[in-house]
Design a protein around this ligand. Structure first.
Ligand code: AMP
Length: 115
């Protein structure tokens, strides 16, 4: 999928629209999901313009997102009980924003299989 720089997360990275920021550094931005599916629901996005996991090639960048989420889960106090990390990839899996992102969900028990 071609990357469209007018997507909502790219606009957040440029500071064009607000978000409830949790953390940012030179690599990633983390913010609260506007429609939370769990008591803690944070989105972690890279600064690089990559549409989805299906379009990702940078192992360091993808690994950084995962380890960043693990660190954030500890800081948010959801790690000991358990949390879920999700990357919806392409439309059939529910991806609606085509800038790579990781969902960090926790603060409640999770069912399996996911819907
Ligand atoms: P996905 O469906 O995996 O592409 O996830 C996109 C997520 O972005 C959804 O969980 C939305 O609730 C969330 N979202 C959309 N717009 C915003 C926004 N302005 N601020 C925070 N989260 C958003």
């Amino acid at each position: 999928m071609t990357y469209d720089p007018s997507n909502i997360f790219a606009r957040m990275l440029r500071g064009e629209i607000p978000c409830t920021k949790v953390y940012e550094d030179e690599h990633v931005l983390a913010f609260r999901d506007i429609n939370p599916q769990a008591p803690t629901h944070i989105l972690v996005i890279p600064r690089e313009h990559v549409a989805s996991l299906d379009a990702a090639a940078d192992a360091a960048m993808v690994g950084r997102l995962a380890l960043f989420a693990a660190d954030l889960a500890r800081k948010e106090g959801i790690a000991a009980h358990g949390y879920r990390v999700v990357m919806n990839t392409n439309r059939g899996a529910g991806q609606t924003v085509f800038h790579l992102h990781l969902h960090l969900l926790g603060g409640r028990d999770m069912g399996w299989p996911p819907g």
